[in-house]
Design a protein around this ligand. Sequence first.
Ligand SMILES: Nc1nc2c(ncn2[C@@H]2O[C@H](COP(=O)(O)OP(=O)(O)OP(=O)(O)O)[C@@H](O)[C@H]2O)c(=O)[nH]1
Ligand SMILES: [Mg+2]
Length: 367
Amino acid sequence: MLESNFVDYVKIYARSGKGGRGSTHFRREKYIPFGGPDGGDGGNVILRGDRNHWTLLHLKYERHILAGHGEGGSGKLSRGKDGEDKIIPVPVGTVVFDGDTGAFISDIQYDGQEVVLLKGGRGGKGNNYFKSATNQAPKYAQPGEPYEERRIIIQLKLLADVGLVGFPNAGKSTLLATVSAAKPKIADYPFTTLEPSLGIVNVRDSHSFVMADIPGIIEGASEGKGLGLRFLRHIERNSLLLFVIPVDTIDISREYDVLLNELSRYNPELLGKRRLLAVSKSDLADEELEMEMKKHLPPDVPFVFISAVTHKGIIALKDLLWKELNNPAYHDADSIIRKPMDIKPEEVEDCFEYPLSGEDINEELEF
Ligand SMILES: Nc1nc2c(ncn2[C@@H]2O[C@H](COP(=O)(O)OP(=O)(O)OP(=O)(O)O)[C@@H](O)[C@H]2O)c(=O)[nH]1
Ligand SMILES: [Mg+2]
């Protein structure tokens, strides 16, 4: 995936700005104390949903995100300048986790949504603030509040309604290309699709939904075989999973079980989603064979025989998907999306290269 532009996972060190120190100042004229004013506030680090971004590519090489520090107050009641906020634009569908503990932090679900990830320190009060009837010239001022720092992991979990699940070569991308304007790569060998893609599916010119095509899954994917299971994060939000299994598969029920098993190893909660089955490439079977096969399909899952070549079953499939999407009895995806990440300690060390603290970075970057 090194060459790919589809970046759905980045790790970053983020730090807000510290508050500027309040100052202690006196006017030089006799008996006229003139209080020094407040320090400026430190900048916040803010995540903002941005529909112009589709992936996290723009953050791939940004390892440190630092907001500005507040400036100290100075004489003549001049308040220090606030530190600049640092805004991180992210695609809609971005989920943020704590890089050390894996705890869920936030989920960006719409364009323009803002989440303050780290708050800047408040500027300290200058001595003017502490002036009282009995003390007209206090000699003390507050320091600014410190910055906050955090390692974070930013993940993209695509927003789609229907996710395609199947072995490599099953015809998933062909189906997406048939029902939408998307142009995923299609070829007669396994693992043609190396990154997820989305398409908008129109239903009878009046409705539409979003379908996600992800790379194929094989038996043992949960142990890292093939492309592994990491792309399953892109079907976590889907309310419906469409399993795609070709008609010329020797044992469709077994293949279905293998897929279910891999999904459940990734996250058993995925099995709470509604499932449908598309038996693909049905142009390769005649009516008689199809009748026979129907007896051996997995029980309890609605199915449609489809063909991208003859377009058989395509309208029926779209209608069925639309109907099922509008079935209110859906599993709530939030608990899957917001599940804490499993963080392996070596992974954290790896990605941040060296233990960081805000002060080190200040020096390093000549702040
Ligand atoms: N006869 C026939 N062939 C099909 C049909 N749909 C797909 N194919 C062929 O099956 C092969 C695999 O199709 P893809 O759409 O690339 O399969 P995929 O599931 O996306 O595969 P991966 O990306 O590798 O996981 C291609 O050669 C397609 O032309 C169909 O309805 N009928
Ligand atoms: Mg494909």
